[in-house]
Design a protein around this ligand. Structure first.
Ligand code: GLU
Length: 628
């Protein structure tokens, strides 16, 4: 690995159309002031998250963080204090929500390298305040042109071993994150990417203080990281997970960001970085000389990659308009269907129901939405999105399946979204639940002009493929394991089998809800397929259950995804509530921690509350530019 210091690229001027964009000289001065004496010695950004005046971080002192902040001038919330501080700095310096979202994401590439970064993909939902319009960017990884529906199968048609594929080149899709950053920057942002990525480059150079979560994630992956020399060298210094309190620097990633700032993201798709990505994925070097499945992505696959601007999935819930991610994510569709179902279930407003009845409905709605998602949603022509999110379809499904006294037997059969509704007979064919894994992070940003960015990014599993691109400091994703390796059910078409250039189905659910055309709530979470249930539960907690956003995030989670069991956190399992749910027929399986949400609630007049996890994943960091 190279440890060559990155070349210095001057900040680019903000575009003339930038709302209140500072001049280059002013921005530079203000940037340095805001970021403290970075150039001299401080390892981290020095902006207190949310809490008024700047406080200097010192080496080995983590940047302060808090899970909730209310105020004005813009807001940023993410799982990480340094990333949130960088996003807030961008807002303070006149960048807008898109600029701050990209800067925050790039910082997460440094501090959350096992969940995000240049080697991964993601989805952005963006509210443009001037146009009062919501758009999305699909930065999902793509399969190589060589992929077919049987690529992830053995000769006898059974699935390849999942864990073996994960830590191999075969799972590596063409990264979409850099292309998304560029698209977001050009389409919605006011800063040049060269400027937006500067703080993350500095963070990679100066380092961040290792916390328990980073240590634990490294330790949990140590065996597979040790297998790949560049990963072992970077993430297991001296053969161990970095100690809590030590400063972790990533000079190679700093150099990568410097290249992106200088050359643009084409470096990842056509330049030296593209060559390195392809050669690493094609023949991942191993420490013991053993071979892993080779990857199939080619330079041509990288050259033809595009981040795609797409219309959001749009639906209504109560007096809100709900915008989510379309295919290849199933998030927007499943969230919309579940909310529609909840409106159809009899028994009055969710807010008045006892907790067990509320959670019973949540579980029935999410499991039903998963039955339909597994059968119909994938990156293919013909996903019946409009039908799946129509209220009439939800009415038919509610009538077929919902019983306030008893959970429907799992797996719930899928419905028929054909435009002809009113049949209350329970359908016959059901499928087993799809598998899912976790390695993702979510950030939410609002600016003083009213723009909103909600962005989930991932490298799939925590630590992705485990393969670091030598000399470039980032891990390659294992997103292609999000395809179904074999059809979920013999004889039932599976929309999520691999295919050439196809994007694997995702559950990522960055969501924006508006009321009378104005932003009302924006949120998202990591957690594989549990993302959908987490986003639903957090939204309902604050919309219907009378919880503040941070309390809705903190509330114990239940995730019912049409498997035999529903996962539940402590606070549900082992309590009277768990007993009540069991009496309704829910088989609960304990899961100590589900998801890591962040969100922003809009309070009117540009006041916002930004919120993050108080404790999950070690707690997140919410901040506003002008705290109250
Ligand atoms: N790869 C998963 C998806 O796209 C996300 C993994 C996670 O959230 O941790 O749905």
């Amino acid at each position: 690995m190279s440890s060559r210091p990155p070349s210095v690229v001057p900040n680019s001027p903000s575009s003339p159309s930038s709302p209140a964009g500072p001049t280059r000289a002013r921005a530079r001065r203000r940037g340095l002031a805001a970021l403290g004496a970075l150039a001299v010695c401080a390892p981290l950004t020095t902006v207190a998250v949310a809490a008024g005046p700047a406080t200097a971080s010192t080496r080995n002192t983590p940047t302060p963080k808090q899970p909730s902040a209310t105020g004005s001038g813009g807001a940023v919330t993410s799982v990480d204090a340094d990333a949130t501080a960088i996003g807030l700095d961008v807002l303070r310096q006149g960048g807008n929500a898109a600029d701050a979202a990209v800067a925050t994401a790039a910082a997460l590439g440094v501090t959350e390298p096992y969940s995000s970064g240049v080697g991964g993909g993601g989805f952005l939902v963006y509210y443009d305040a001037r146009k009062k319009r919501v758009s999305t960017i699909d930065g999902r990884e793509t399969a190589p042109k060589t992929f077919t529906p049987t690529t992830l199968q053995k000769a006898d048609g059974t699935a390849l071993d999942f864990a073996t594929v994960v830590s191999s080149g075969l799972s590596v899709g063409v990264p979409g994150t850099p292309a998304l950053w560029e698209k977001a920057s050009k389409k919605f942002g006011t800063w040049k990417l060269g400027r937006t990525l500067a703080p993350a480059q500095r963070l990679a150079e100066q380092g961040f203080v290792v916390d328990q979560t980073f240590h634990d994630q490294t330790a949990a992956n140590a065996a597979r990281f040790a297998k790949f020399p560049a990963t072992a060298e970077l993430f297991l210094p001296g053969g161990q997970a970095p100690e809590v309190g030590s400063v972790f620097t990533n000079p190679d990633l700093a150099r990568t960001y410097a290249v992106l700032r200088r050359q643009g993201v084409r470096a990842v798709y056509r330049g030296d970085i593209a060559d390195a990505v392809v050669s690493t994925a094609s023949a991942p070097p191993t420490t013991d000389g053993s071979t892993v499945y080779p990857g199939q992505i080619t330079k041509k696959d990288l050259r033809s990659y595009r981040a795609l601007v797409k219309k959001p999935v749009k639906s209504r819930y109560e007096d809100l308009t709900v915008y989510g991610m379309p295919t290849p994510s199933s998030g927007g569709i499943a969230v919309a269907e579940a909310l529609n179902l909840l409106e159809e279930y009899p028994g009055g407003p969710l807010g008045r129901l006892p907790e067990a009845q509320y959670l019973h409905r949540l579980a029935e709605a999410s499991a039903t939405a998963f039955a339909d998602r597994n059968r119909y949603v994938g990156d293919r022509v013909g996903t019946p999105t409009a039908e799946l999110v129509s209220q009439d379809f939800a009415a038919e499904r509610a009538c077929q399946l919902f019983d306030p006294e008893k959970a429907a037997a799992r797996p719930i059969p899928f419905g028929t979204p054909d435009g002809d509704y009113g049949d209350c007979d329970r359908p016959a064919v059901s499928q087993e639940a799809a598998r899912d894994d976790h390695g993702t992070t979510h950030l939410t940003v609002a600016d003083r002009w009213g723009n909103v960015a909600t962005y989930t990014l991932t490298i799939e599993q925590t630590g992705g493929s485990g393969i670091t691109v030598p000399g470039y400091g980032f891990l390659l994703n294992n997103e292609l394991t999000d395809f179904d390796f074999v059809p979920l059910t013999a004889g039932v078409p599976d929309p999520n089998l691999p295919g050439p250039g196809k994007r694997p189905r995702s559950s990522m659910s960055p969501t924006i809800m508006t009321k009378n055309g104005e932003p009302y709530l924006a949120l998202g979470s990591p957690g594989g397929a549990t993302i959908i249930t987490t986003v639903l539960q957090v939204a309902l907690g604050t919309l219907d259950r009378n919880l503040s956003l941070v309390d809705a995030i903190a509330a114990p989670r239940l995730s019912s995804r049409n498997g035999a069991t529903s996962e539940a956190e402590p606070g549900i399992t082992g309590t009277a509530l768990g007993t009540e749910l069991a009496a309704l027929g829910h088989q609960l399986k304990a899961n100590p921690e589900i998801g890591a949400a962040t969100g922003i609630r809009f309070l009117g007049g540009r006041r916002t509350t930004a919120a993050a996890e108080p404790t999950r994943r070690g707690g997140g960091a919410a901040g506003v530019v002008r705290p109250e």
